[in-house]
Each structure stands twice: as C-alpha cells, then as structure tokens.
Design a protein around this ligand. Structure first.
Ligand SMILES: [Zn+2]
Ligand SMILES: [Zn+2]
Length: 746
C-alpha cells in the first residue's frame, strides 16, 4: 500500500516572513517501518514547522521551514524524541526551499533499498494495555502497531509495504484501514496491523481463536509437549515443573544434556533466576532475547544439567504473552528443529518433522517468510553480550570504520555460521544460521546469501571466506563465479574486535576451539599483535598433540589424556575408554597439533570427571565454569620466548587438576585463574597498552572478567565484542574488516 500524500494544513501561496529559515534535513539509521514519518508530522505540527517529510533511498528527508530557534528545537527533538523502535542518525543538513504552507507526508519513492531494516519487536506497552482491556483487540494474539510486531520475519520483498509482507493475505477491515490511514493514529502505516476481524488467528486442531489458546494451555498443564508457531519459527513448549514431560522432550529430541531455556511471565522470574537491573533491562528490551542468568538454588537439574545458569526469556509476541500469563508459571521453550537444522516454519513441515516429538500443535495462519531463531545473550563484564544473534536483534547493522570500494559478502566460518553483507561504510550481519554440516543447514545458508542481497538491494562483487578449504562456506564460495578472497580464521576474530572498538594497534587474545592458522597448524591459543591486515603472533599456549581427528571436539577425554601424556603423567584410571588411543597418540597416528584453549578446557573438564564425552558443543567448558568457585590469586604459567613468540606451558596445570587433596570447585577455579594470570603476563611481556578478547573461549564469564580485570589492573585498555558476538558468529564481520584493511591501511 502506497502512502497517500496527506496534508497537515491549508495549501496556499502565501508570502513567508523573512525571519523564516528553510532546511533540508536527511536522517539515516533505522527510520523506515518504525512510525518515523508520522512522528515527524506530529512534531512539526506541535512546533509549528512547515514543509514535508518523505522516505528516499533508505533515508528520511525532511524539508523544514520555521524561525531559526524553532528549527533548532525541531532538529534536536527529531533525535531525542524519536519513537522507541527507531534509531535515527543525522546525515546532512542543507539549505532548502519551500513555497507551500502546512506540513505533509509525501509519497515514498518505490524501488529504493531499505537501509535500517527493523527487526521483529516484542509487543509495546500500549499494545499490551490494549490487549488486556475490553475492546476490539481484547486478547488478540497478533496485536501490533508501528512500535512493535513482526518485521524482518514477514518481509517478502521491498519496498516495505503490507503488499510485500506475509500480511498481504489479510485484507484490512474498515476499522483497521482507518487506523492505517490516520497520521494521528499509532497504527499509521503499521504494515502488519490486524484485528480479530481481518487478521491472523491461532488454531489448535479444529479449534480457533480463544478456544485454541485454552486447549493449548490445557495440553501443557497435562504434561504434553506442544509445538507452538512463533515469530521466527516453531518452539516446543512443556511445563518446566514437570520433570517427566521434560525427560520425554529430551528423549524425543535426542538432547540428553543441552540446557533448555524457559519462557515465563515476568512475575515468576525471581522463582528461577537472579536478575539485577542490567539483566532486567536486557530481558525487557523489545528484542526479548534468551538471557543466561544464575539459577535459584533448588531447581531441578534436568533443566540445565551440571550448569549454574539458566536461559530465560520473557514473552516475545502477544501470542506468547497470552500463553505465558495463562500458564502462570515457567514453560520450557526450545527451538523446534532437528539438531543442526534450521527452525521449522511451516505448518506442513511442523506436522511432518515434529510428529514424533510434539504431542500437539498450536499453529497460526501468518506465514513466516524467514526463519529467525531466538537471540541468546549473557552478561559479561557488566554488559549483555551476544552469544547468538537472531529474532529481535537481526539483522545487525553496523557502520564500518572506513568505506569499501565495492560490495562484499563475507561467509564466516563453519560452526555458529552467520554471514555479513557490506557496502560503502555499512555492514549487515545475518541472523545465526548454525552449523553447516547438514544439507538442510547448507540450503538455509544458500537462501540467506540470496535473501540478504535481495533485501538490501546490494549485489556482492567479492566473496570473503575462511581459509579452511574444508568449511562448507568456503566450498560454496569456490563454486561461485565471483572472486574469492580467503581470510585466516583468527585474523578475522581479531579484526572483528578492531572493527567494533578501534583500528589502532592492539593485542588480541584469539582463544577458541579450533581454526586453521597460516602455518598449517590448528590455532586457538594465540595472542596476536597488530591491526587489521597486519596481524602477527606475539604469544601462544604450548601446542597440544591431539589424537582422533574431528572426534576430538566431542570427546573431551582425548584432550585430557593428551594433556597427561604430553606432561608425562599417567591419566586417571577410567579416563581412556579406547586402549589403542595411547599407542596411536605415541606413534602420531591421526594426530594434529593444536594451541586451542578450548581443548585445554575440555581436557580439564575430563580430568575432573565432569564430562568425558560431550553431547553438545562446549559442554565440558560450560560445566567446568559452572563448577568453579571464586577465583583465587594465581601465578601465571611459565612463559618462554620461542622464535620471538612468548609461549606458555600448561603442563603445571595437570598435576593440580589431578590433586585429590583439592576440592573439585577449587581445582576448576585455579584452572581459570591461572589462564587469566597467564594472559595478563603475556600482555606485560609484549608491552601492549590496548587489548581485545575474541573467540568462543570468551563466552566464559569467569575467565573473561578475570583476564579483563588483570589487564586493566596493569593499565591496559581492553575490549570484548558487544554488537558483534565474540564467537564464530562474529567471523564474517571480522572478515569484512580484514579485507577492508587491505585497502584502508595502504
Ligand atoms: Zn504496539
Ligand atoms: Zn481489522
């Protein structure tokens, strides 16, 4: 639907007094699809500004005429009073010309690419209040306005008009159409506007509307697993207090130990987790992420076995709000997909693929145009950090420190895949795509490559890929006709921090699980010095010889045994289930060298008996962190210079980890403390005053906060990714920075 030209005043050919000034103001950022033009209209009316506002090529253009002091107030209010879902940025202010009177909203030019695509947003306070009150939208599960509701998940094509969204299937009723057309209404040009008369409705078996919700709640109370269609895909829900139901869900999903997140009304939050003000603000934000928070004591271990934190989420849509409030207690909410595959989004797919997992289905008839998983955050170093970007946060739009000479598409890594499209001084990071092992996951990746370019109207001229030729993303790049530039894994990690926090020379700890290094070895314990485009290894952890190829990451016992053998200490009894493993290790059969700190965490978890075989990625390290008590003061591991690189030897950790006189939590704490002390010692030896932390290891709050404290205590300014995840989901952004630096740093 095109925006009609709306007049806010009498059109006339009047003479303006000479005291009036006219300006042409251009605003970028997130200003389209968020009620920005009606906001400008109302502001102009209030301040007596004349002129017009329109959308053009991803920006909002405003022609404003008023006395100079009024214009100044107008410009300030444009940024200061913008609607909550908007993120306007001032671009330019130039002299303008206006001969009419009044203020109008002009037609938007079609065919322009949106820049500043709004993500899906949780219901705003106005809509929640309207949903609770008697009236047309009382308890309507798809209520929304310009400040809330689905966006990214329902857009089919640009421009962002209702006809180009999943809402095209729902012709507006007269009442909704009137709101949509009224510039004074909060639903003026709210593209997904709907009511029970004309909009989507929920369905449970043969039941619709309120009856469907009632039946769904009844099934949940009876301990059944219900697949519920949400904003970006289906979730599996069950009663979080019903251990039998949870055990059944775990068995059916083949997910014995991976932590399950909870969906709950805010009134029940304190029963489950400890949330401070920072946590509450993150939970209540319109993105409604899953936030990992410390568990209350006494909760059943079945929710997050062996862990001390729990992922919790407040309702992210009106439908989830009604379910969570109606249930009145916590529900387990986990993405309904087969392991390693994209989220299920259609009714047919749900009924087919979840037949053996869900007992019942709550569908609705608003199509999901693209799967978007829940975002996952953790508070580290006082701020929420993104572990997984998805619904509500994606796509992540971020300005580049410099301008690219041509558009590029960076394809990221292989695990925690996400891609980044970048052009000019803009970068857009896609939602989480997951591991690229399975054919459906690779199909999802290919769809995203096409989708993100179509959505932003930008075609990449160069592909950026990880230097590991075995990664599915790199293999895909090689099969295209575009030129491919490869970027080393840990250079991309380091450049991701630099791209977000500053391009000056710095030391970056690139500690993760695995990644191919320029010398052909597997890296993951390196400390790089330099700047994008010019990284060199300044320090590293001693390399560990690992036997078993790709099986190593799911078998922490292999890392534990290798640490023992390499340190010349016999592994504890029962650690090595495979009698041939030691012979193979000694002979170097199917062995590789790795400096990865992630493997040391695996090894430590195995040596403490926490996790010999992992059923999900990162299980051992997560359990080791959960076990550790308060970190003691620790001495750094021994450092020596080898060919100009400071190398730390982890071997002294092995007898400590096996020391039966120390309680297990004490050993886990000492392990963390020693690594933090070692990192700080490395920075001292190298002599840096600016540092960054990048790589999946820094999802570990204990280690990260201890290392940051040590670095800062020594006068080093240190950063951790904030808009960009520190794990492999941040690689594609780092690849863009690394590639760009080859132009910028000449
Ligand atoms: Zn709203
Ligand atoms: Zn309606």
């Amino acid at each position: 639907m095109k925006a009609p030209a709306i007049s806010g005043g009498r059109e006339a050919c009047g003479q303006r007094p000479d005291a009036l000034a006219c300006e042409l103001i251009e605003l970028g950022g997130v200003v389209q699809g968020v009620g920005f033009r009606p906001f400008v209209f109302r502001l102009a009316q209030r301040l007596g500004v004349q002129g017009w506002v329109r959308n053009r090529a991803g920006v909002v253009e405003i022609c404003a005429t008023a006395a100079p002091d009024v214009l100044e107030n107008f410009r300030t209010a444009l940024l200061a009073e913008a609607p909550p879902a908007a993120r306007p940025e001032r671009r330019t202010v130039a002299p303008g010309e206006f001969t009419g009177t009044g203020f109008t909203i002009q037609d938007s030019a079609s065919g322009d690419a949106i820049q500043g695509l709004p993500p899906d947003l949780a219901p705003c306070p106005d809509c929640l209040a309207e949903m609770a009150a008697p009236g047309r939208r009382h308890r309507y599960p798809f209520i929304n306005c310009t400040q809330c509701g689905p966006r990214y998940s329902i857009i089919r094509a640009l421009p962002y008009d209702r006809a180009n969204t999943a809402m095209a299937a729902f012709p507006l009723c007269p009442a909704c159409a009137a709101e949509y057309k009224n510039p004074a209404d909060r639903r003026f040009h709210a593209e997904p506007v709907a009511c029970p008369e004309c909009g989507p409705r929920p369905r449970f078996g043969a039941l619709e509307g309120e009856a469907a919700l009632t039946a769904c709640l009844k099934a949940l109370r009876a301990g059944r697993v219900v697949a519920v269609k949400g904003v970006g895909g289906y979730h599996l829900l069950c009663d979080a207090a019903d251990e039998t139901a949870i055990a059944r869900l775990r068995a059916r999903k083949h997910r014995p130990a991976k932590p399950l997140a909870l969906l709950l009304p805010e009134s029940r939050l304190a029963d489950y987790v400890v949330a401070n003000e920072t946590a509450l603000a993150a939970l209540r934000a319109p993105a409604r992420p899953i936030l990992l928070l410390p568990q209350r004591p006494g909760l059943p271990d079945v929710l997050a076995p062996g862990l001390s934190e729990l992922g919790v989420m407040l309702p992210d849509s009106p439908l989830h709000h009604l379910l969570a409030e109606g249930f009145g207690a916590a529900l387990v909410a986990t993405s309904a997909n087969r392991s390693g595959e994209p989220m299920v989004t259609t009714e047919a797919q749900a009924e087919a693929e979840l037949a053996g997992i869900a007992d019942a289905f709550l569908h609705h008839d608003r199509a999901i145009e693209r799967a978007v998983d829940d975002s996952v955050l953790r508070i580290i170093d006082g701020a929420p950090r993104i572990l997984r970007a998805g619904r509500g946060l994606s796509p992540i739009e971020i300005n580049l420190p410099c301008t690219l000479d041509r558009p590029v598409l960076a394809l990221g890594g292989h695990m925690k895949s996400a891609i980044t499209l970048a052009w000019g001084d803009k970068a857009v990071v896609s939602p989480h795509l997951g591991e690229l092992d399975s054919a459906p996951a690779q199909a999802g990746f290919t769809r995203m490559v096409a989708d993100i370019q179509a959505l932003y109207g930008v075609r990449a001229e160069v592909l950026l890929a990880d230097a590991h030729e075995g990664y599915a993303s790199t293999r895909w790049a090689r099969a295209q006709e575009l030129p491919v530039e490869t970027i080393w894994h840990h250079h991309a990690h380091a450049s991701a921090v630099a791209g977000e926090h500053g391009m000056a020379e710095r030391l970056v700890f690139t500690w993760d699980g695995v990644g191919l290094g320029p010398d052909g070895a597997l890296w993951g314990g390196e400390v790089l010095l330099g700047r994008p485009g010019q990284w060199r290894v300044a320090a590293r952890l001693r390399r560990l010889r690992l036997q078993g190829g790709d099986a190593v990451s799911r078998a922490p016992w292999r890392s534990g045994a290798a640490m023992c053998w390499q340190a010349g200490i016999a592994p504890p009894e029962g650690l090595v289930p495979d009698a041939l493993a030691q012979t193979a290790w000694m002979r170097g059969l199917n062995c590789h060298e790795s400096a990865a700190v992630g493997r040391l965490f695996d090894g430590a978890a195995a040596l403490l008996g926490l996790c010999q075989t992992a059923s999900y990625e990162g299980q051992g390290p997560a359990m080791l962190e959960a076990l550790a008590g308060k970190l003691p003061d620790a001495a750094p591991l021994p450092l020596r210079l080898v060919d100009g690189v400071w190398e730390a030897d982890w071997a002294p950790l092995v007898p400590m980890l096996l020391d039966a006189t120390l309680p297990h939590p004490e050993r886990a704490a000492r392990f963390h403390a020693a690594l933090a002390a070692t990192g700080a010692e490395m920075a001292q030896c190298i002599g840096a005053n600016l540092a960054g932390l990048a790589g999946g290891v820094f999802q570990n709050r204990l280690l990260t906060e201890a290392l940051l404290a040590r670095l800062r205590g020594a006068g080093v300014t240190a950063h951790l990714g904030r808009a960009i995840p520190c794990n492999d989901a941040g690689l594609s952004f780092g690849q863009v920075i690394e590639f760009g630096a080859r132009q910028w740093m000449k």
